[in-house]
Design a protein around this ligand. Structure first.
Ligand SMILES: Nc1ncnc2c1ncn2[C@@H]1O[C@H](COP(=O)(O)OP(=O)(O)OP(=O)(O)O)[C@@H](O)[C@H]1O
Ligand SMILES: [Mg+2]
Length: 309
């Protein structure tokens, strides 16, 4: 496990990190989310040894250090340059050689990584001639060339179109399945929610909440927003939902109901069972995916929500 403990960092009088604490479990895809300027990039640069923290430590399997050595991490910065007139395989060879790889071992590694992102056919292409999505994928896999212990990705999907974002998420999923430990930042919580096993929310210079996505939702809310759509029997459905003991609030429009429900998943399952038992034709029943985003807004004090600390 990698642990960040009491990290502090100021730029002049501006304190960016104030006792930042975070734990990254082996094999986790850990998302660091926070508004612009929260200190995500600063945290990553400290971890990667590109910047010194004023105080605090990074603990790897119980051993204290000030940053993670290069052999241990693959770091994809938020702004990456690609070199002019360098072909894909030259680019990969360059990075591999920086880590002492060469010969057949390096060639096989490059082949495997290009295969992973479906770009075997682009070995001879100039990197600066590729689309942004392809450049970002190349940049990501070059961080994997030395099998790092931790992959650090600073907003890796920014600027990508929906199709390329989807591809990128799939790639992160594949790396997770292969056992990679990944730390990834974004200021779009819903993006991270789909990819991550754990999330830390950074606000007001420190981590205000950390845990699995389910834990975070559970800790912040005693109720969750359910969306229910029925085919018919609107009035009977309304009666059941209104009289359900754990219903906190109910709004509806046409055949669609929005319900704040106490009691989490267990209660939601009981309610669905009841609706079906009463013969209501339910064709859609889900927790509102936007609730995580509104949770983020609440925590980070945006849209007039409250600040948690
Ligand atoms: N080299 C620097 N000198 C002075 N201030 C800096 C420097 N780097 C960052 N900052 C400031 O520190 C704060 C945190 O910046 P950082 O880039 O870590 O935030 P971030 O969470 O990555 O933001 P974003 O979502 O916009 O990428 C910001 O207010 C930024 O202006
Ligand atoms: Mg940043």
């Amino acid at each position: 496990m990698i642990e960040l403990k009491n990290l502090c960092k100021s730029y002049g009088n501006h304190q960016v990190l104030r006792s930042l604490n975070m734990k990254i479990e082996d094999g986790a895809v850990h998302g660091l989310v926070g508004p612009n300027g929260a200190g995500k990039t600063t945290t990553f640069r400290i971890l990667a040894g590109l910047m010194r923290a004023d105080s605090g430590e990074v603990i790897v399997d119980g051993e204290s250090m000030t940053y993670l050595p290069g052999s241990m991490i693959g770091y994809m910065p938020d702004f990456f340059g690609v070199y002019d007139r360098l072909r894909v395989h030259e680019y990969m060879t360059f990075y591999g050689s920086l880590y002492g790889l060469h010969g057949d071992v390096l060639e096989q590694k490059i082949d495997a990584l290009l295969h992973l992102i479906g770009m075997e056919g682009h070995r001879e292409d100039y990197v600066d001639s590729l689309s942004r999505g392809m450049q970002q994928k190349i940049c990501l896999v070059r961080c994997l060339i030395h099998d790092p212990r931790l992959l650090i990705l600073d907003e890796p999907a920014s600027g990508l179109d929906p199709g390329a974002r989807y591809e990128f998420k799939k790639l992160i999923g594949t790396l997770h399945e292969q056992g990679c430990t990944i730390l990834i930042s974004s200021h779009i919580l819903s993006d991270l929610a789909e990819m991550c096993t754990d999330i830390s929310i950074l606000n007001d210079s420190h981590v205000v909440l950390s845990g699995s996505i389910e834990e975070i939702e559970y800790r912040m809310r005693s109720s969750s927003r359910l969306v229910i759509r029925v085919n018919s029997d609107r009035e009977r459905a309304l009666l059941i939902l209104r009289n359900w003991e754990q219903t906190e609030s109910l709004t509806y429009s046409g055949n669609e109901f929005h319900l704040d429900l106490r009691g989490g998943r267990e209660n939601a399952a009981l309610l669905l069972k009841q609706l079906v038992a009463e013969g209501i034709a339910v064709y859609d029943y889900h927790f509102d995916s936007g609730s995580l985003e509104s949770l983020f807004m609440e925590i980070t004090g945006q849209k007039g929500g409250k600040n948690e600390s």
